[in-house]
Design a protein around this ligand. Structure first.
Ligand SMILES: C[S@@+](CC[C@H](N)C(=O)[O-])C[C@H]1O[C@@H](n2cnc3c(N)ncnc32)[C@H](O)[C@@H]1O
Length: 319
């Protein structure tokens, strides 16, 4: 997946003129802080250079993951067409761009972001594309006073930057602000999945219906050391490669996510939880089923149409 051309151009315009060595240094620091999940009271993206490093090295990957989640969500709730978005920990507006790509009729967005540098980058990206965006520079830890409910509420790659107590309070508050659907995305690490599980328990207890990726409401059948996560291949631009010091023109973004809704869509499908393994005349699938169980399913050619579907299946698909 690649950024849509108009977003790619807006990113390039912001990065133009900044020395590559500066972006590389800032990207390296950012990556170390994300990997170690540093929580030292400072925002990871605290200045203009860190925001540029985010645009160059993280935005394409978080956009791709969020875009995939919205695709899955739309497939489950075909009639869902949000008009208003609330994006919390919005960064440069990643979820807004992804949501607008999925639902072009989306027209209002409220973006909550603590970092002034991120907010400025987000405003610059959207300046010629969107008019009805309201940016709010505030910390989610202040309880989101004055924020109105929205059809779609998104919290993407933010929980890992908050304390456990702040995560729980925020999860409850966001459900309160959700008119229809709440999407939470985290890095696809065991720790990211645990944060998703904690949010899932709270939200189900509050009456939320799980829309994706789980085809059921009961406890997650996946047990450590395994964890539920998905992957999206992301094209790397030349600058992206140079900033990260990588050779290959792509990277695989691993993510974990949860979409919950105020409506139940029913769930008569199984979710593919790993890359299918194909051999001659057979495909092995790891499935999360609608009764809440895990199944390692060997599908053989003798199963006809099921085999055809299994051969086309990809990690993350609903079958
Ligand atoms: C990893 S970035 C994700 C940005 C965007 N959601 C995306 O997926 O690309 C996390 C964002 O959350 C913001 N953030 C962290 N703690 C916050 C807080 N307490 N209140 C508001 N925003 C916060 C950070 O400044 C940063 O922009």
């Amino acid at each position: 997946m690649e950024l849509p051309p108009h977003l790619r151009q807006a990113v390039d315009a912001i990065l133009e003129g900044t020395p590559l060595a500066d972006i590389q240094r800032a990207a390296d620091l950012l990556s170390r802080r994300y990997r170690s999940e540093t929580r030292d009271g400072r925002l990871h993206v605290g200045d203009d250079l860190a925001a540029k490093a985010y645009l160059a090295t993280r935005l394409p990957a978080t956009y791709a993951a969020i875009r995939q989640c919205l695709d899955d969500l739309a497939a489950r709730h075909e009639t869902f067409t949000p008009a208003r978005l609330l994006d919390v920990g919005a960064g440069p507006g990643t979820a807004m761009w992804a949501a607008r790509d999925q639902w072009p009729a989306l027209h209002d967005a409220t973006m909550v972001e603590a970092s002034a540098a991120m907010r400025q980058a987000g405003e610059a990206l959207a300046q010629n594309a969107w008019s009805s965006i309201s940016w709010r520079t505030m910390s989610v830890e202040d309880g989101l006073p004055g924020i109105e409910p929205a059809d779609l509420v998104t919290l993407c790659y933010v929980l890992d930057e908050l304390s456990p107590a702040a995560r729980d309070t925020l999860t409850d508050r966001l459900w309160h602000l959700t008119a229809d659907t709440l999407l939470i995305v985290e890095p696809g690490t065991p720790a990211g999945w645990q944060r998703i599980l904690a949010a899932r328990s709270r939200l189900v207890a509050l009456g939320a219906h799980v829309a994706a990726p789980c085809p059921h409401q009961v406890s997650c059948p996946v047990a450590p050391p395994d964890w539920c996560h998905f992957s999206r291949r992301v094209a790397r631009s030349r600058l992206h490669r140079m900033a990260k010091g990588g050779e290959v023109p792509w990277e695989d973004e691993k993510f974990a996510y949860l979409a919950v809704s105020r409506r139940s869509a029913g769930a008569d499908y199984a979710r593919v939880l790993a890359q299918p393994k194909a051999a001659s005349g057979m495909v092995r699938l790891k499935l999360c089923r609608s009764d809440g169980s895990l199944e390692e399913r060997l599908v053989t050619r003798r199963e006809g149409s099921v085999f055809k579907a299994a051969r086309k299946a990809d990690w993350g698909d609903a079958l």
